[in-house]
Design a protein around this ligand. Structure first.
Ligand code: FAD
Length: 299
């Protein structure tokens, strides 16, 4: 969610916590506007589906997943159609905090216990390599989409978590991943954060996901792909080929269908797999910090 900055500027040198509290009092914390489309504007428009379509592959969903697929499929020479019920890129992609981290939400230690050490390490390495692939992808576009290498800091809230971080550090080091363990004193000195311990990894990045989505869709268009938004798929009929019925009254026929509808994928699975709760991202004007950076190295 994007919260507009307040009019009044806090005085220099005041503690960050006090300033943040003052800002929050003046902010609209629950604006429904997502940051990335607001900051980029509507970069490109796509028509709604107006006539029946036929393709090798239909991709349902024009978020970052659908855009990556459209780019890869069209590059492989497959005739591709992409549909989205919203404006392209306006799903969860527009609300992302834009961090690219190889650390998936389950620690390597825990993942190893769940699926075995070799597979868990492979998952971590694939995620680590994926960041390099996004770097190469953006380097090949005319717009780097704001890709920047960023360190990432993972800190413990409690002493128990600090023990867990030690084990995680050992597991990642054993797996050949470059990660530093910081004790409380080093963490305070390098990042100004008071916590029992942290892991610091240089292998992270950020990228503007909305811009990247748009640039990938544009590249797919140049290879003959078609993108239609404001067109919802209401029913999928399978047989030798697939027919996707839409709320525009005209269908798309395709040999393959990829469902890239993000958090809304359950509709197509036909069964309840997860319970969605709320998640928030907060954006502010850049905050000047007297005596140093608020986040050293923009970690
Ligand atoms: C607050 C927040 C912060 C996040 N921060 C991060 C982060 O820092 N780093 C990170 O990696 N991830 C982050 N994520 C997760 C990330 O945003 C998603 O994993 C990613 O954007 C998913 O992209 P997607 O293309 O799969 O889905 P979406 O962007 O949601 O795209 C799916 C598209 O499918 C369309 N669709 C749905 N149903 C239909 C239908 N029936 N017919 C046609 N179209 C349909 C939707 O309109 C939508 O545009 C965050 C998520 C949230 C909510």
């Amino acid at each position: 969610m994007f919260a507009p900055a307040p009019q009044a500027q806090p005085q220099q040198g005041v503690q960050f916590r006090a300033r943040a509290a003052a800002k929050m009092a003046a902010m609209d914390l629950r604006s429904g506007r997502a940051f990335w489309p607001l900051t980029n504007g509507l970069m490109y428009t796509y028509p709604p589906l107006a006539a029946p379509e036929q393709a090798d592959v239909l991709v349902i969903g024009a978020g970052i997943t659908g855009a990556l697929l459209a780019d890869a499929l069209s590059e492989a020479g497959l005739d591709t159609v992409v549909l989205d019920r919203r404006d392209a890129g306006f799903g969860s992609t527009s609300a992302s905090t834009a961090l690219l981290q190889y650390e998936i939400d389950t620690n390597l230690v825990d993942l190893s216990a769940m699926i075995g050490r070799a597979d868990a390490e492979r998952a971590y390495h694939l995620c680590r390599d994926a960041i390099d692939r996004v770097r190469a992808l953006t380097a090949g576009l005319s717009d780097d989409c704001g890709f920047r290498a960023r360190g990432s800091l993972y800190y413990a809230s409690t002493r128990k978590d600090a023990r867990m971080l030690r084990e995680e550090h050992a597991a990642r080091t054993r797996a050949g991943l470059a990660v530093e363990h910081l004790d409380a004193r080093e963490l305070k000195a390098r990042f100004g954060i008071q916590a029992p311990a942290a892991l610091f990894s240089r292998d992270g990045a950020e990228v503007d996901p909305y811009r990247l989505t748009q640039q990938l869709l544009q590249r797919a268009l140049t290879r003959g792909a078609r993108v239609y938004d404001r067109t919802a798929v209401t029913r999928l009929d399978g047989g030798r080929t697939w027919t996707a019925h839409t709320d525009r009254g005209v269908p798309v026929r395709a040999h393959w269908v990829v469902v890239a509808t993000g958090y809304e994928a359950e509709t197509f699975l036909g069964r309840r797999l997860a319970q969605l709760k709320n998640s928030y991202a907060l954006a502010t004007e850049p905050i000047a910090q007297a005596g140093g950076e608020l986040w050293p190295g923009a970690a």
